[in-house]
Each structure stands twice: as structure tokens, then as C-alpha cells.
Design a protein around this ligand. Structure first.
Ligand code: AMP
Ligand code: GLY
Length: 424
């Protein structure tokens, strides 16, 4: 079987690393991929938004499964595009169609969905430039901190949490009247602040049946102790110690089942990953957000823990027979620590040589932002290497990742030394 993965980050390297282990695989392609994915498959120089080019490639190379890594092509409708074309409609696309992708593409859509299906989430109201005044008045009825979310995709930057009313009003005005996030903030969701601890649960569904994947917690801030600017994610651990069996039962009953059933009731044909960002408030789970793809760097800790053949799993998703397969998850812990370019998430330099990767034996260095050049591996992004390791405990896994990070180097390499610090 021939498989194409779309994307170029650590998530896509982890997916391709796992898929490459399957005896069912003939050829693996990654578009556009990175230096890491080229070690396990063939990189194809196509942009994830070039639907025509991707479709032509799939037809010429007899692709049977296409796994869509990032959200943008899903929100832009790549699955619908494949389905509408006679030559590509037989290809199993792992990722929802445009309508289902609105769960990530529009905060308002996802809040309405949760409200309609009684899925626990923060109370909210949505405002547009025309209702800015009402929004400002609404803020006065809330107590700080205030949670303001641009409705559309804003590359992970669309959520702002001011801790006083003055800043909240300014922010709302910036978003709505001055289009701070462009089209993404033409509508803004204001919601109640949830005070708790965050984790993520991932579900893979064929539209009817689903499998719950391992839990993960990521560390989004650039600095130690969760301080400083938000990033795409500086590290992750799986499993999440505070997500015990009892809590996960609540998540499944109150959130996973009603989400999958809700999609069916609303006739939203959803095939692929549903990433549920949760806040544990007291002992109860609340949804912070849905994403319609795997997380990054969460994939780098979740995928290694899956023992089942991922190609078989994806085949079952495509054939809507996910209930027929056994899904095995490792008891081990996996942790990842992200090595980033100095300056990230603000300005940083690229094309720095990464040395020492060949010396890594105790970890899996998933490439997040790398490229090959003349036999060398160079940095090509803010997040560069996600150093993932297995351990009998979280502590052991983290120790391995940190020991491995000492073996690699590039100019101005930085990583957090406290991933997992807040967990027992
Ligand atoms: P999102 O892009 O929706 O994941 O939001 C980004 C981050 O903002 C989340 O990871 C949370 O840390 C925080 N956040 C979002 N919504 C809330 C909320 N209602 N209460 C507290 N924190 C929130
Ligand atoms: N690590 C968060 C995300 O992938 O959205």
C-alpha cells in the first residue's frame, strides 16, 4: 500500500516513523516533509495547499491513504476536493471535510456544537464588529481574567487572556474594530475563565466508531515554569498522571461519546483525529477547544505508545471498521523535549548545522524544523528537534531525552529543562 502524509513538522515525522514500520506499507511519501521524514520515506516538493498538485501526485503514485497532518488544508477543504474528483474519491483521506474542520476553524462553530450536544465547556458569547458595544458591556459583567478568542484560525495566537478589564476592552476593540488577527477576528468569542490543569485527549474516528488514544500534556510557554510567550509546544508527556481511570471515564462519557454522536446527529461526516483540549477543573473535565488533527509535539509522545500497526488502523478508519480492530497501547511513558532556535517564538535564524544526531541511541530525535543540504542536516524553523524517549516512568523517559539533548548541538539551541515539572 502507498501512503502520503501531508506536512513538514515533528508530528509528520512521528507519523511517518510509525507508518514506516508497517509490513503493509509499500511506499511512503511525505509532502513537503523534512530531513527526518526523508530517512523513512520520500519527500515530495509540494505545498499542503496545492490541492491539484497533491491530487495529481496521488493518482500517478497509486496512493491509497492520505494522512493530513496540519489543520489548514483540512479547513480549506482538501478532503472535499478529493471526494469531488472521480480520480481521487477512492483514496482514504485521514482528516475531516470542510464542515467538520470548522470544529477547529471556527471557535463559534465549536462552542455552538458543544452547547447543542451538552458537552461541558466554558460559558460564552460571540461578538462581531457590529456588536462591539455589547461585547464591551458584556466584559463588565464578568470577573477577571477574561478569555478572548478570535473566531478563525490565527496560527495558535488567537487567544488572549487579559487579567484586567481595561486591557480586555482594549483587546476586544483591537480584534473587532482594528482586525488584529485579520479575518480570523471578525468574530470574537468571550468566555468564562476555567481555573484548572490542562491536558489533551485524542480520538481517532471513522465517523461511527472511535478509539481513544493515549493522553498527553504539552508545555506551551517558552520559559521555565510555564512563563513567557506562547509557542507551538516546548515538550510533552504521555500518559498524564492526573488523568486516572475515573477521570478518563468521565471524559469518555461526557465528552468523547457526545462529540462523536453529535457529529453524526448533525450529519457531519468526520473521519480522522479529533484532538480535545481539556481543562480538569476539580475532578471534572471541560473542553477548551477542539482541533481536527493531531497535536504537535503531542504526536511525538502519543504515536510511539501505539503498539498496533498504524496502517491497519488507518485502513480500518477508511473502511469504517474501526470497531473490528484491536488497539494496543504501551504501558510505558514517552516524553519529548523540543530543541528550538534561539529567539523563537520571535525572530530567529535558520540554516544552522545540527550536529550529533547520529550519536543518539536512547531517544528518537523527531525532526520538527530541519532540511537536508549537502549531506548535512540544517535548522529550518523555530522548533527544530523533538527529542522523544520511552521510559518505565516519566522520570526515566525525561532523563533519557535530556541526556540525548546534550549530544546534539546547533548555534543558539535552546530547550526547557523543566518539562513535566508540575506533575508528580
Ligand atoms: P486555545 O487556542 O483555545 O487552545 O487556547 C489557548 C490557551 O488558552 C489554552 O491552551 C489555555 O491555556 C487557555 N485557555 C483557553 N480557553 C480558556 C478558558 N476558558 N479558561 C482558561 N484558559 C483558557
Ligand atoms: N501543541 C498544540 C497544538 O498542536 O495545537
Amino acid at each position: 500500500m502507498n501512503i502520503l502524509i501531508l506536512g513538514s513538522g515533528g508530528r509528520e515525522h512521528a507519523l511517518s516513523w510509525k507508518i514506516a514500520q508497517s509490513p503493509l506499507l509499500s511506499n511512503l511519501f511525505i509532502a513537503p516533509g523534512n530531513a527526518g521524514t526523508s530517512q523513512v520515506g520520500k519527500n515530495i516538493d509540494l505545498s499542503v495547499s496545492d490541492f491539484e498538485g497533491i491530487a495529481d501526485f496521488c493518482v500517478s503514485n497509486s496512493i491509497e491513504i492520505m494522512v493530513v497532518g496540519p489543520e489548514v488544508p483540512l479547513v480549506e477543504g482538501i478532503h472535499d476536493f478529493f471526494e469531488a474528483n472521480q480520480k481521487t474519491k477512492h483514496i482514504h483521506v485521514i482528516g475531516p471535510k470542510k464542515l467538520g474542520a470548522q470544529l477547529e476553524g471556527s471557535k463559534k462553530f465549536s462552542k455552538e456544537f458543544m452547547q447543542k450536544h451538552d458537552i461541558p465547556t466554558a460559558k460564552y458569547q460571540a461578538f462581531t464588529p457590529d456588536t462591539l458595544q455589547e461585547g464591551l458591556t458584556f466584559l463588565e459583567t464578568l470577573s477577571p481574567p477574561f478569555v478572548l478568542k478570535a473566531d478563525g484560525l490565527a496560527a495558535g495566537k488567537g487567544v488572549v487572556i487579559p487579567d484586567n478589564l481595561k486591557d480586555a476592552k482594549l483587546e476586544l476593540t483591537e480584534m473587532l474594530a482594528n482586525s488584529k488577527f485579520g479575518a480570523a477576528s471578525q468574530e470574537v468569542v468571550i468566555e468564562e475563565f476555567l481555573d484548572g490543569i490542562e491536558l489533551s485527549v485524542f480520538v481517532l474516528t471513522d465517523g461511527t466508531n472511535y478509539k481513544v488514544l493515549p493522553t498527553a500534556k504539552d508545555y506551551k510557554r517558552i520559559g521555565e515554569g510555564d512563563k513567557g510567550l506562547n509557542t507551538g509546544g516546548m515538550g510533552a508527556v504521555s500518559p498524564v498522571p492526573f488523568a486516572d481511570e475515573e477521570f478518563l471515564k468521565k471524559v469518555e462519557e461526557r465528552i468523547v461519546k457526545p462529540s462523536i454522536d453529535g457529529l453524526k446527529k448533525d450529519e457531519i461526516d468526520f473521519v480522522g483525529f479529533l484532538f480535545i483540549g481539556l481543562m480538569k477543573v476539580g475532578d471534572d473535565p471541560f473542553v477548551i477547544e477542539y482541533n481536527v488533527r493531531m497535536g504537535d509535539p503531542e504526536t511525538e509522545v502519543v504515536i510511539p505508545r501505539i503498539e498496533s500497526d498504524l496502517v491497519e488502523v488507518f485502513q480500518a478508519v477508511g473502511n469504517k471498521t474501526l470497531d473490528k480492530i484491536e488497539f494496543k497501547i504501551s504501558e510505558k511513558s514517552v516524553c519529548t523535549v523540543m530543541a528550538v532556535s534561539g529567539g523563537y517564538p520571535e525572530r530567529y535564524e535558520k540554516s544552522k548545522e545540527i550536529t550529533g544526531l547520529d550519536a543518539i541511541t536512547e531517544s528518537i530525535p523527531f525532526h520538527a524544523g530541519t532540511k537536508s543540504s549537502d549531506g548535512k542536516v540544517l535548522t529550518s524553523g523555530g522548533r527544530v528537534i523533538a527529542m522523544s524517549s520511552f521510559g518505565d516512568t516519566k522520570k526515566e523517559a525525561l532523563e533519557k531525552s535530556y541526556a540525548s539533548l546534550l549530544k546534539i548541538n546547533f548555534d543558539k539551541m535552546y530547550y526547557r529543562t523543566d518539562i513535566g515539572f508540575d506533575l508528580e
